[in-house]
Design a protein around this ligand. Structure first.
Ligand SMILES: [Zn+2]
Length: 469
């Protein structure tokens, strides 16, 4: 891989120049980048050449002319999808068979996989130019305050990453890639697999003397916050960044209180393996789209745009900087709501919020319940999980703090869960104890509640989707 600092600087300076020109310059840059990408995809990707066969000339094409693409269809034709024939799906998969290859490029690409929450995982090839875009443009979109603190914090001690360690996931592999490419943005980091026992994680964290930052999933931050409140975890990170799941405002408040050492607000990095830099959070806490290089569309079930202020059924992602593996109007599955008013931070880039994901809702018959309705915290357990095994049967799993009186812990949790069902008119629901360990997703995310898989999107008129990593 041929990473270039000069081209990274190009993204940075170009990004600053575009933002200074306001909406007009941003929109012009976006359209120019889109037409360039479409031309490249048509010329070099047999998949897009066929898909765009009957569309207008690339010089005059508009976003709305382009059909929606899906992970399933693109993955099924991977070897015709990329604009570079030198990387095949078989090669990428073989490379990922060994964990020794994590973060090690294969030819011109680093390869990672998604967790496959909604079926087959996608294989993502990250080229040097994507890395230049990620580093250069992210720097251009930082607020002055973030810029000032970022370097200072990263160098103040160990940067901890707690994510899935059982596969070629970008969370665990990105810093290794940085080291392998000798990218001059090196920092000291320690990786902790999210799958290991919480006790072990707490022990490792407590042993770090100077902690600069923690990057993890909101579900892991929930556990760490609680452990810090209870005094078993004693850490003083200067910064926390969460990614990969919806970050609830209640958790933000609770965690900021539990970690008074934080020098910056907790940063919510909305992104996915397909596009690590998909949005940036401003000092007002809103997510903005770097629209010169990324297009995010909030659409309904028929892929028609919804008005600003309205919650979408799904979202479409276009990554204008990725010429090697084009993602153009790619269905993400996330539900977004664009703010109708400009952000108080003054950014010319549009801002939005992300809604909690559909898969976490519990459905029994006609009753829909939020997972927040259940109190799954217990003083003597570090992780408690409820799994829906059939329409009206649930099981409770727990990672206990001590082996003392497990029956009592299960009994109390099961009683509290059953009460919620009864209160909602579901007294026939059965809740059992399971002695199996709590289940984590392929990429190491812990969900307190796992409901039955959604029925495929198109059959229900609702969109399931693949969730960002
Ligand atoms: Zn803002």
């Amino acid at each position: 891989m041929n990473f270039s600092v000069a081209r990274t600087l190009g993204y940075y300076l170009g990004g600053i120049w575009t933002a200074r020109g306001g909406r007009k310059r941003i929109e012009a840059k976006q359209l120019k980048n889109l037409r360039h990408l479409v031309k490249k995809a048509r010329g070099k990707s047999p998949y897009f050449n066929e898909l765009y066969r009957h569309l207008p000339d690339s010089k005059v094409i508009k976003l709305s002319d382009l059909p929606v693409t899906s992970k399933i269809e693109l993955m099924a034709d991977f070897d015709h999808w990329l604009t570079d024939r030198s990387l095949t799906l078989a090669q990428a998969r073989q490379h990922m068979e060994s964990m020794d290859n994590l973060g090690v490029p294969i030819g011109e690409y680093a390869v990672f996989r998604t967790s496959g929450t909604s079926g087959e995982p996608a294989v993502i090839a990250i080229s040097a130019s994507m890395l230049e875009f990620i580093f250069g443009l992210a720097l251009a979109r930082m607020s002055r305050r973030q810029f000032r603190f970022a370097k200072k914090i990263e160098r103040s001690g160990t940067n901890v990453i707690i994510t899935g360690g059982n596969g070629h996931f970008v969370g665990a592999g990105f810093d290794l890639l940085r080291q392998n490419l000798k990218i001059p943005l090196k920092r000291e980091f320690q990786f902790i697999p999210a799958e290991q026992a919480i006790d072990q994680t707490i022990k490792q964290l407590n042993e770090i003397t100077a902690m600069a930052s923690i990057v993890t999933y909101p579900s892991m931050l929930t556990i760490l916050t609680r452990e810090q409140e209870l005094g078993r975890l004693k850490i003083e990170p200067a910064a926390i960044k969460v990614a990969g799941e919806t970050f609830a405002p209640e958790l933000r408040k609770r965690a900021q209180k539990a970690f008074p050492s934080l020098q910056l607000d907790i940063l919510d990095a909305y992104g996915c393996t397909e596009c690590l830099f998909m949005a940036f959070e401003c000092d007002c806490g809103r997510q903005h789209v770097p629209e010169d290089w990324v297009i995010l569309e909030a659409v309904d079930e028929n892929y028609q745009h919804v008005a600003d202020g309205t919650l979408s059924a799904t979202a479409l992602l276009t990554i204008l900087a990725n010429e090697a593996q084009p993602f153009i109007r790619y269905e993400l599955g996330d539900r977004l709501r664009f703010f109708p008013d400009p952000c108080p931070c003054g950014s010319p880039f549009r801002s939005f919020e992300v809604e909690g994901r559909q898969a976490t809702v519990v459905r029994v018959g006609d009753v829909t319940l939020s997972p927040l309705a259940f109190d799954l915290e217990h003083g003597r357990a570090q992780r408690v999980q409820m799994i829906q095994t059939s329409e009206d049967v649930f099981e409770v799993r727990a990672e206990l703090l001590t082996n003392e009186n497990p029956d009592q812990v299960f009994e109390q949790v099961i009683r509290s869960v059953a009460e919620v069902f009864t209160k909602n008119g579901l007294s026939d629901v059965k809740v059992h104890r399971s002695d199996a360990a709590p289940q984590l997703t392929a990429s190491g995310k812990f969900h307190e509640v796992i409901s039955l898989p959604l029925i495929p999107a198109r059959e229900r008129g609702l969109v399931a989707g693949n969730y960002p990593e």
